[in-house]
Ligand binder design. Structure first.
Ligand SMILES: *Cc1c(COP(=O)(O)O)cnc(C)c1O
Length: 396
C-alpha cells in the first residue's frame, strides 16, 4: 500500500480501476469504503463550527463514500474535481446551468441525447438562453456559428442513437478562441476509451447509470472539470442542493472495479455482431463508429481507444407502410434482448429509435433504426436471437 500513490498513475487501466479512489488502510484495512450516510456532521467546538474549518461539514457537501467515488473519477478523467448528481440527465443539465446566464447563446450537437435537447428547448429557452444545434460532422467550420454571446458548446461523441463522431479537438479549439466553455457528454466511451480533458474539453459528463453501474440498477451522474472551470461547477452544485447518494456512490465505485474487463467484452461482442450484421441482407446500414465503413470512423480511430457495446442498425424496409410493423415484429421476436431504455448493464437490450426531433443530422431513410446494447451473454446466443428477429421481420 505504501507506494500506491506513486505507482498508480503509471499503472495499467485494470490495475488503476482496482485501486483508485480509496485506500483500505484509511479504514481498518476493509477492502471497500464504509457507506457513510449523513445529513448532520458534528463540529468539535463553536469556533470550528463558525469557520467550517473541517473536511466534512454537511451531508450535501459530501461524505467519505461519495469522495471515494469522486476521487476515482478524477483519477480516470484527469480532472481537478468531480461532482456527483442523482442521474446522468442531471449531470448534463447541471453542467449547462453552471456556465450559462440569461442572454447567452449555446451551441449543442444535433445528435445529442434526446432529453438533453428537451432541457435546452424548454428550461434554457425559458431562462432566456438562445440555443442552436450544430451538425456533428461540422469540425472546424463550427467557427462560423459563434456569436459574441456564445458561452457554451456541448458535444456528445459519438452521438446518441446514430453514433456520429465529432472532431472534438477542432471544436474545442474554435470554442476557446471565442471564449466558450466546452462540455462533453462522454457516456458512450467512458474515460477508459476517451479522456475528453486531454482533447481540449473543459468539462466531462457521464451517466454513471450506464457502464460504471453495469447492472441496470443504479442511477447516477458525474461532472468532472479542469482546474479553470472547477470553482464554478462546485459552486453551482452546492447552490442547487444536489448530491449523489452514499449508497449509490458505493455501488458505482463497486461497478468501476470491473468496468475494464466488462467493457473489453462489450467492445468485442458488439463489434463482432455489428460486423456480422453488415453482411446480412435484412440490414441496410450499421451505425457503429469502429466499423471502417462508418463515415466518421477515422475520428474514432484517431482519438478513441475502444468502443462500448451500443450501436444501431437500419433494418431494410422499402415499403413505408411496413417500417414500423417490421421493426415491431423484429423486436417482439427477441428473447435474450430485453425491450428497455438505458444501457450499460450486463444484459442485452433493443429499442426502436425515434429521430423525429433531429434538425440537421437527419434519420436514415432506408428503414427503421434499431439500437442494440450488446450485453455479456455469449455471442452465438445473441446472434440466434437476432436471426429470430429477422425471420419475424421478413414475414411482415
Ligand atoms: C442515458 C444517458 C444519459 C442520462 O442518464 P440517466 O442516468 O438515465 O439520466 C445522458 N447522456 C447520455 C449520452 C445517455 O446515454
Amino acid at each position: 500500500m505504501k507506494d500506491l500513490d506513486s505507482l498508480l498513475p503509471g499503472a495499467g487501466v485494470n490495475t488503476r480501476l482496482s485501486h483508485i479512489g480509496y485506500d483500505p488502510s484509511d479504514y481498518h484495512g476493509f477492502v471497500n469504503p464504509p457507506v457513510v450516510r449523513a445529513s448532520t456532521v458534528l463540529f468539535p467546538d463553536a469556533k470550528s463550527m463558525e469557520t467550517r474549518n473541517k473536511k466534512y461539514t454537511y451531508g450535501t457537501r459530501g461524505t467519505p463514500t461519495t469522495d471515494a467515488l469522486a476521487e476515482a473519477i478524477n483519477a480516470l478523467e484527469g480532472s481537478a474535481g468531480t461532482v456527483l448528481v442523482p442521474s446522468g440527465l442531471a449531470a448534463v443539465t447541471v453542467a449547462i446551468l453552471a456556465y450559462v446566464a440569461a442572454g447567452d447563446h449555446v451551441l449543442i450537437v444535433d445528435s445529442v441525447y434526446g432529453p438533453t435537447r428537451h432541457f435546452c428547448d424548454t428550461i434554457l429557452k425559458r431562462m432566456g438562453v438562445e440555443v442552436d444545434y450544430f451538425d456533428p460532422s461540422i469540425e472546424a467550420a463550427i467557427e462560423t456559428l459563434f456569436k459574441p454571446n456564445t458561452t457554451v458548446v456541448l458535444t456528445e461523441a459519438p452521438g446518441s442513437n446514430t453514433f456520429e463522431m465529432q472532431d472534438i479537438p477542432a471544436i474545442a479549439a474554435a470554442a476557446h478562441k471565442h471564449g466558450a466553455v466546452v462540455l462533453m457528454d462522454n457516456t458512450w466511451a467512458t474515460p477508459l476509451y476517451f479522456r475528453p480533458l486531454d482533447f481540449g474539453v473543459d468539462v466531462s459528463i457521464h451517466a454513471s447509470t450506464k457502464y460504471p453501474s453495469g447492472h441496470s440498477d443504479i442511477l447516477m451522474g458525474t461532472i468532472s472539470a479542469n482546474a479553470e472551470h472547477w470553482p464554478r461547477l462546485i459552486e453551482t452544485h452546492g447552490t442547487l442542493g444536489l448530491c449523489g447518494a452514499p449508497d449509490d456512490s458505493y455501488q458505482i465505485l463497486r461497478g468501476l472495479r470491473t468496468m475494464g474487463i466488462r467493457l473489453e467484452r462489450h467492445y468485442e461482442s458488439a463489434l463482432a455482431i455489428a460486423t456480422w450484421l453488415e453482411d446480412r441482407e435484412e440490414v441496410a446500414r450499421v451505425l457503429h463508429p469502429a466499423l471502417p465503413s462508418f463515415p466518421s470512423h477515422h475520428i474514432w480511430k484517431r482519438d478513441f481507444k475502444g468502443a462500448s457495446g451500443i450501436f444501431s442498425f437500419v433494418l431494410k424496409a422499402s415499403d413505408p407502410q411496413k417500417v414500423k410493423p417490421k421493426a415491431h415484429a423484429f423486436l417482439d421476436a427477441l428473447s435474450y434482448f430485453g425491450l428497455g431504455y438505458s444501457w450499460g448493464g450486463y444484459e442485452s437490450l433493443a429499442v426502436l429509435v425515434n429521430l423525429s426531433d433531429r434538425k440537421i443530422a437527419k434519420a436514415p431513410t432506408e428503414g427503421p433504426v434499431i439500437r442494440l446494447q450488446i450485453g455479456l451473454e455469449d455471442i452465438v446466443d445473441l446472434k440466434a436471437d437476432i436471426e429470430r428477429g429477422f425471420s419475424a421481420a421478413n414475414a411482415v
